[in-house]
Ligand binder design. Sequence first.
Ligand SMILES: Cc1cc2nc3c(=O)[nH]c(=O)nc-3n(C[C@H](O)[C@H](O)[C@H](O)COP(=O)(O)O)c2cc1C
Ligand SMILES: CCCCCCCCCCC(=O)C(=O)O
Length: 379
Amino acid sequence: MKQITCIDDLREIHQRRVPKMFFDYVDRGSYAEETLRANRDDFQDIKFRQRILVDISERDLSTEIIGERAALPLILAPVGSTGMQYGDGEIHACRAAQAAGIPYTLSTMSICSLEDVAANVEQPFWFQLYVMRDRGFVKALIERAIAAKCSALVLTVDLQVIGQRHQDIKNGMSVPPEIFRLKNLIDIATKPRWVKGILAGKSRNFGNIAGHLPGSKDLGSVSAWVASQFDPSLNWKDIDWIRSIWPGKLIIKGILDVEDAALAVKAGAEALVVSNHGGRQLDGAPSSIEVLPDVVDAVGDQIEVMFDGGIRSGQDVMRALAMGARSCMIGRAYIYGLGAFGGPGVTKAIDIIKNELSTTMALCGVNSIEEIDDHVLAL
Ligand SMILES: Cc1cc2nc3c(=O)[nH]c(=O)nc-3n(C[C@H](O)[C@H](O)[C@H](O)COP(=O)(O)O)c2cc1C
Ligand SMILES: CCCCCCCCCCC(=O)C(=O)O
């Protein structure tokens, strides 16, 4: 892996090794992908102030994330269908995160179930919740997260309807995926490593939501399935209901508006994630980094503000921290590593970002995460 020097290298290998329908599901965004592009482009407008002759010999990248010590200000974001990128992908990713000393978030839409992951890792992980129409099922799901000793609940609030991903429709990325389409079969035949990895995995279907998947005869579009299952009536009052079941830390993910940020504070969440779902939902929404400073100004002293969207380097993490985020989630960056090499690829992605962050801190003359604020930026 010596030749791999950046997240883009992992992306390239992921693209070569994983069938196109699964790679595109990760890589692409919704509609015209304006927000997907903005997430990346807007980072590039943020420039650093180089500082020299500062003693930067003792740099410390550790920090606190919702009251727990973490080796880095980094969290692996919830990513649905991770186990389709690499067999038992959720377990590999969670192990890599824990070895690196950072939190891992298991998606409701994971392939490995809560129980599979809990049985195969050593420390608690976070669970991400989608609220479905069947509230009895949602309650049971939260209770499963409690039984699995999850240490935080991440409630995702920006996907009660799904933004259309054109490429997924063209590729037959339906529920379940149309792998038996001739084009997909031919593609899969050229990806023996992926097949081997998938066959080595034990989990094959969406482990958390068994009973809510369509039968093979009702094969349908992702949007039709989401419309039939996800609860579009979800609103702020439901937070109390979730709180009545979940006694632990609650993080609200998918905030892009200062008024919503204030409501998240009022709802008593421990943290919020400024996120546009990686440009996969409301196309035409601003990039996450564009709205971050306003959210931090409005609520940053009342709630822990986390950030995601477009992070592909330690420089991007530094930019988000400088703009007021306390920690960052990464989605595609670690999935590219997983698709390329399994667990070691996730470790590689985390290491790349860690080393880039460390070097960027040094060149900006800072020694600790707590020291990072807008003084590191050339404004
Ligand atoms: C393939 C894929 C699947 C995702 N699935 C989920 C999910 O199940 N739950 C969720 O809250 N967010 C999900 N997200 C959004 C991520 O948690 C995160 O917000 C996003 O990936 C951040 O942008 P980035 O990929 O540019 O880092 C998904 C993202 C990707 C790329
Ligand atoms: C077979 C394709 C799986 C589709 C699952 C659809 C649900 C979407 C939830 C995952 C997610 O958040 C995302 O951005 O994708």
